[in-house]
Ligand binder design. Structure first.
Ligand code: 0X9
Ligand code: ZN
Length: 762
């Protein structure tokens, strides 16, 4: 596009931004306006029409038919005067909206031919200059610095015109960088697309002009210029990754994404100069990482940074050098979740988000660890398309779709830095809490365009779902905490966070609060069955119909093998339920030939008197191994519960995980129908796949009821005098049902709790 048409484009842009700047869901100013044809018969009728109507559309006004624009009220007024209205246009705004949509669509259909194939460094640099030259002052290029072989590393920055009170130099900046790894060619193309679209669509897409009013976008498409050139030269290696440093041992190249000075030299980097992940002789030993570092330090307005790589379709967040979660893990989680949705929208492509170390692999000395760890910038790495079908050699027809979907992701991230404050939960959101104790809740506050006002962090809460929210001040920085007050058992607490910024703006969490809130229900729990298998509590070790030929359930002290534990799970004692307790060769005493069933004794899970059950949980230690043998991983162990003394069974879990360790299985049940007095649990270890090794163990079985104590001890007629008599009779006999404090004994404190409930009629 030439210079003159660019200017025309931009003046249209101003108008468009003004009228098409309506957010989704907002209605235009002419919504519901009609154009109607009326025929005034007298001069006074004509005068009435011209005073009542918003606008006269006819060029000719006089007696006889004219077209006028009216609101529904104005039309009613005309009809009251006896003027018939013939509707010509049903909704003026709808027509205007359709016109705007057509303009946008036509402009989106712009010439994107530059992105139909991969471009050389020279072509990329020329395009940067061209974008800046035709940008009407929106963009300017710069040189980050020179590479090892002396090539300039170029960048481009974009921001909208200065407006009163909003100078260009005061805006937060987002940095989008690519090409740190030479062979990942779709990375420079994607960053170039971000740059191109900022200019080409500035006028057509109001959201771009709006964004550029508030932020600066910085794009550095090729950080590893020497490596990129090398990967292009036909005689060279298309799959070159590193820079072009001649190493002391004669090999070439340092992995620039292992050369950054935060956690440098840690896990997931190599000291071998020949390695593709060679970290270099020291942190920032390479000019390419040095100039990037210096650029970021010299531009302290940078608040976020994405380093684009390929391939795998991932959004990776700090840390790469350690498994430990970073301070802003919750914030990253919520922003990247939005990015994942945005990436999915255009072409239904799935990207997976998570911390680098656990999502892809340990990698130290990477770019985002440094920008986040050293500069407190929200640093992210995106691995672009595909998932390995073509890998680094992504077909060129995927450049545009990859770039388009990632443009949506950078819009999310760029938007985040426009917020006055970025707030996230710093404690696990609690959905149920045990006992009526206050719980600590925390909020992490990150400065955005403003900072937290003194005493600006508040918890707002209420019991139940109506009435005003109380305010509890939160203290601490950057993590502010306070206590969520104790609620009575069974009650719901609703709460949200509110943070006031120094500029007076208020942000809330969860998003949409107070219409959307966190809800916590207070419950207590009581165990109705606990068995550590140290004594015989009446379990059945085989069931009619079992067809396993060996490795049957036993209550025993197991002898360890590659597939079976040496010790039971409980801290005290040595016994557990195990399939074939003897050791020997791995396949010697495993389950063979079919099913062996372990069934619990009859359990009264109806709960103590005076306890209203809301749910139940089976909690037990489980050992399960099925990864050895001729056909591994084909078997599984159903866990079932019966409500009717074994007449019928419902599966509550299917254990198939090979952990080679005891772990805790916790399965809820009883939400739909309360647990009964005739409950049983069973575990069915099965060898169904020929030749597979199956070893199972069970220990520490508990049935835990969740719910609340009530003053209605006898469970009839609500809370009344009979309950006092029933309670004291039972309490006098030290019946455990009167243990209202849940401390395992019957004493005076239980009376106090009972009476407070009874008094309150709960
Ligand atoms: O290993 C890398 O450098 C990246 N993957 S790639 O396949 N494109 O090479 C992941 C880098 C993760 N980011 C950081 N540790 N900063
Ligand atoms: Zn890479």
């Amino acid at each position: 596009m030439g210079r003159s048409s660019r200017s025309a484009f931009l003046s249209v842009a101003a108008t468009l931004a003004a009228c098409a700047g309506l957010a989704f869901g907002q209605v235009g100013p002419f919504e519901g306006h009609r154009v109607v044809r009326v025929s005034p018969r007298t001069p006074s009728e004509l005068l009435a029409v011209s005073t009542i109507a918003t606008n006269i559309w006819s060029c000719r006004t006089g007696l006889g038919p004219i077209d006028v624009q009216v609101t529904p009220q104005q039309q009613a007024a005309l009809e009251q005067l006896g003027l018939a209205c013939e509707v010509r246009i049903e909704n003026v705004q709808a027509l205007i909206d359709a016109e705007q949509a057509q303009i946008r669509a036509a402009r989106l259909d712009r010439d994107a031919s530059w992105f139909t194939t991969y471009k050389t460094l020279a072509e990329i640099n020329a395009k940067l200059d061209e974008l800046a030259a035709t940008s009407d002052g929106l963009a300017s290029t710069f040189v980050v610095g020179n590479s090892l072989e002396g090539r300039p590393v170029k960048g481009i920055r974009f921001t909208g015109p200065a407006t009163p009170g909003n100078p260009r130099e005061s805006r937060p900046a987002a940095l989008y960088a690519g090409g740190i790894h030479a062979r990942e060619w779709v990375s420079p193309m994607t960053t170039m697309y971000i740059a191109d679209r900022m200019i080409e669509m500035y006028a057509a897409e109001p959201r771009i002009a709006e964004l550029l009013e508030d932020v600066e976008i910085i794009v550095i498409p090729v950080q590893n210029v020497d490596g990129y050139e090398f990967s292009w030269a036909s005689t060279n290696n298309r799959l070159w990754r590193k820079n072009r440093r001649p190493n002391a041992n004669g090999t070439v190249g340092v992995d620039l994404n292992r050369n950054f000075g935060f956690g440098w030299g840690g896990e997931g980097a190599s000291t071998d100069p020949g390695s593709d992940i060679y970290r270099g002789t020291s942190a920032f030993s390479e000019p390419e990482t040095q100039i990037f570092r210096d650029f970021v330090i010299a531009n302290p307005r940078i608040r976020t940074h994405i380093d684009f790589h390929s391939f795998s379709q991932l959004i990776l967040t700090p840390w790469g050098y350690t498994r430990t979660a970073c301070d802003d893990a919750d914030l990253y989680e919520s922003i990247t979740a939005d990015m994942v949705s945005a990436l999915f929208a255009p072409y239904s492509m799935t990207y997976i988000a998570g911390p680098t170390y656990t999502t892809i692999y340990p990698a130290s000395g990477g770019a985002h660890d440094w920008s986040y760890g050293e500069r407190n910038i929200l640093g992210i790495t995106i691995e672009l398309r595909d998932r390995g079908q073509t890998g680094f050699v992504l077909p060129a027809d995927q450049i545009l779709p990859t770039a388009e979907e990632n443009f949506e992701a950078i819009m999310i991230l760029s938007d985040a830095i426009r917020q006055p404050l970025l707030i996230s939960t710093a404690s696990d959101a609690i959905s149920t809490r045990e006992e009526s104790e206050p719980v600590s809740v925390s909020l992490r506050v990150r400065p955005g365009t403003s900072t937290l006002a003194p005493a600006g962090a508040k918890l707002r809460w209420r019991f139940g779902s109506t009435g005003p929210f109380a305010i509890a001040p939160m203290s601490g920085s950057p993590v502010a905490s306070t206590l969520l007050p104790a609620a009575l058992c069974g009650d719901e607490t609703q709460w949200y966070f509110e943070a006031t910024a120094a500029d007076g703006s208020i942000v809330r969490l969860p998003e949409g609060a107070p219409a959307t809130v966190y809800t916590t229900r207070t419950l207590t729990s009581t165990a109705v069955f606990s068995d550590d298998a140290e004594s015989d509590r009446g379990w059945t070790l085989s069931t009619p119909g079992d067809d396993a030929t060996s490795g049957l359930w036993q209550r025993a002290d197991p002898v360890g093998t590659a597939a079976q534990p040496e010790d039971d799970a409980s801290p005290i004692g040595s016994l557990c339920f195990i399939t074939g307790a003897s050791g020997g060769a791995v396949g010697a005493n495993d389950v063979d030939g079919g099913t062996t069933t372990l069934t619990s004794p009859l359990i009264d899970a109806s709960g103590p008197r005076g306890f209203v059950v809301t749910g139940a949980e089976l909690r037990c230690s489980v050992w399960y191994s099925n990864n050895a043998g001729a056909s591994p991983n084909l078997d599984s162990m159903p866990v079932e519960i019966s409500r009717d003394d074994g007449a019928s069974w419902a599966q509550v879990a299917l254990v198939s995980e090979n952990r080679a360790a005891w772990w805790t299985l916790s399965v809820p049940f009883g939400e739909t129908a309360p647990p009964t007095a005739t409950t049983r649990v069973r575990f069915r270890a099965r060898d169904l796949a020929p030749g597979s090794i199956v070893e199972a163990g069970v220990d520490d079985v508990h049935i835990v009821l969740h719910g609340c104590r009530t003053g209605d001890f006898d469970g009839t007629n609500g809370v009344d005098g009979d309950d006092v008599i029933a309670f004291f009779t039972a309490w006098d006999n030290s019946e455990i049902d009167t243990d209202y404090t849940n401390d395992g004994g019957v004493d005076g404190d239980d009376v106090v709790v009972f009476f407070s409930l009874w008094d309150a009629g709960r």
